[in-house]
Design a protein around this ligand. Structure first.
Ligand code: SAH
Length: 225
């Protein structure tokens, strides 16, 4: 799939955190096994410093998770890249994300030309993420809800990405996958989680592969303002 980067240049803020710093992050991701050029290009282009508090902006292009308030984090760039790479294998068009958080992962998917639906349970985080989508001119549809129910009105999806960890895969989400579509999600308890990719087969079964060991904040129930 061709990368269709739909960012307005003035919003990308190249002056603030230099291209050199971003290129160094991309090189680090390459060194750590990320090979998909479209994914690397999206990471280079999406201004991660706009997805975190200004006080942390100088650390935006380090390969690390950072706090975004409400005990939540923006995911580590390597994890975002790995999950995105796994999803791209099926050339998805319509993708559902559970756990908008800062909006960074959704922005990376949108920058790659996907039609993104994202659900966040914490209203305050979602409001901030929506502002960022508007500033960057990204077409992301979002709702404030418990994402474990997915977004049935827009199902089936070509891909689903869950960015918070649960002890087991959520059945209702698997039910919203199109045939041949994949779900990428961290599964496990607080101390040890596996990033799983599950693909829905035409015969109704699912294929499962383990991609990496990861560490995510927990998938919780209900909503908060
Ligand atoms: N994709 C985000 C990662 C944020 S951390 C980013 O790129 O910044 C995970 C997010 O999942 C948190 O914001 C948390 O509030 C949210 N979350 C946890 N359980 C959820 C649920 N059941 N439904 C929707 N969002 C949930």
């Amino acid at each position: 799939m061709m990368s269709k980067l739909r960012l307005q240049p003035e919003a990308v803020g190249l002056g603030m955190t230099s291209q050199r710093v971003r290129d160094r992050l991309v090189q680090r991701l390459r060194d750590n096994g990320i090979a998909n050029e479209n994914v690397l290009n999206a990471i280079r282009t999406v201004p991660r410093h706009l997805f975190i508090d200004e006080a942390l902006a100088s650390r935006a292009y380090e390969d690390t998770a950072l706090p975004i308030g409400h005990s939540q984090t923006i995911s580590q760039p390597w994890v975002v890249a790995r999950m995105t790479e796994a999803l791209l294998q099926n050339s998805p068009n319509k993708v559902l994300e559970v756990g908008t958080g800062s909006g960074y992962q959704a922005a990376v998917l949108a920058a790659l030309g996907m039609e993104v639906y994202t659900v966040e349970r914490i209203g305050d985080l979602l409001r901030q993420a929506r502002k960022r989508f508007r500033t960057l001119g990204l077409n992301v549809r979002s709702k404030h809800d418990d994402g474990r129910i997915g977004w049935p009105e827009h199902a089936p999806f070509d891909a689903i990405i869950v960015t918070a960890a649960a002890p087991a895969l959520v059945d209702s989400l698997i039910g919203q996958l199109a045939v041949g579509a994949s779900l990428v999600a961290p599964v496990g308890g607080p101390s040890s989680q596996s990033l799983l990719k599950l693909t829905r087969r035409a015969d109704g079964g699912v294929d499962e592969v383990e991609l990496a060991a990861v560490s995510f904040v927990p998938l919780l129930s209900g909503t908060l303002d």
